[in-house]
Design a protein around this ligand. Structure first.
Ligand code: KIV
Length: 283
């Protein structure tokens, strides 16, 4: 059975940590499902890791729909959340058609919006219209040209503001919040004060769950691994080794073997070749 927002909220109540992971295509979503990931995020981080941009800002709604649709076609049980791209939810008039497309065309179960008090009225309205909304506070990459890519809310006033934002999002009906790159004690304090799950990324072990980017945990890039990510495998290296073997075998004639080749009855082949030869001579 599909995991619902009530299920993830019950996980928090039961003290069960929530392991969320990004996925951007059908193959990765199927692997995440098989590994038991309860919540998949189709993050606008796809702008960097799938499309080669430097930031999430160029990601369009069509990019999100294409990738989210692929993730949904993996089937499975996970609750799938998709990011609303930069400036697609500045007003409720913008947000509604964007959410409609993500939920109707791609089929995702919930959407994620970055920001605090300023987006609270939009979150409230979406929730009233039946949309499950996840908030995102702390380092919000869509505002990176204002915030910088550094640890957020290190000072008391900023920490208090962040806590107020989190409570306001909860009051507006957000079902969970991503908390990105804030001091670990603050991650723990926010998680303890909220009834809804707080999913951290670079916010310490005291959060109710963690979210990581697919490419970071699997070691798909040589560089670009942020400090808060742990590489659980070196899949990029394993892929390179496999591709190198393929190239070598094609060059040396070791691939394909009979096993990868279609067969034909020898007598049929002799007849076909003879017929071609006769036709060739007649021309
Ligand atoms: O876009 C994304 O992948 C995200 C996570 C880093 C939380 O927002």
């Amino acid at each position: 059975m599909r995991i619902t927002i009530a299920d993830v909220q019950n996980m928090k109540r039961a003290g069960e940590k929530i392991a969320m992971l990004t996925a951007y295509d059908v193959a990765s979503a199927m692997i995440a499902e098989r590994a038991g990931v309860p919540m998949i995020l189709v993050g606008d981080s796809l702008g960097m890791v799938m499309l080669g941009h430097d930031t999430t800002l160029p990601v369009t709604l069509n990019d999100m729909i294409r990738h989210a649709g692929a993730v949904m076609r993996a089937g499975g049980r996970a609750l799938v959340v998709a990011d609303l791209p930069f400036l697609t939810y500045a007003t409720i008039e913008d947000a509604v058609p964007a959410v409609r497309r993500l939920m109707q065309e791609a089929g995702v179960h919930a959407v994620k919006l970055e920001g605090g008090q300023t987006i609270v009225p939009i979150v409230k309205k979406l929730v009233e219209m039946g949309v499950p909304v996840m908030g995102h506070l702390g380092l919000t990459p869509q505002s990176q040209h204002q915030l910088g890519l550094r640890v957020q809310a290190k000072r008391a006033a900023e920490a208090r503001q962040l806590l107020e934002d989190a409570l306001a999002l909860q009051a507006a009906g957000a079902f969970a919040i991503v908390l990105e790159v804030v001091p670990a004690p603050l991650g723990k304090a926010v998680s303890e004060r909220l009834n809804i799950p707080v999913i951290g990324i670079g916010a310490g072990v005291g959060c109710d769950g963690q979210v990581q980017v697919w490419h970071d945990v699997l070691g798909l890039f040589d560089s670009k691994t942020p400090r808060h990510a742990k590489r659980y495998a070196e899949i990029g290296l394993a892929m390179e080794t496999a591709v190198r073997s393929y190239v070598d075998e094609v060059r040396s004639g070791m691939f394909p073997t009979d096993a990868q080749s279609a067969r034909m009855d020898e007598a049929e082949l002799a007849t076909a070749l003879a017929a071609v030869d006769v036709a060739g001579k007649a021309e």
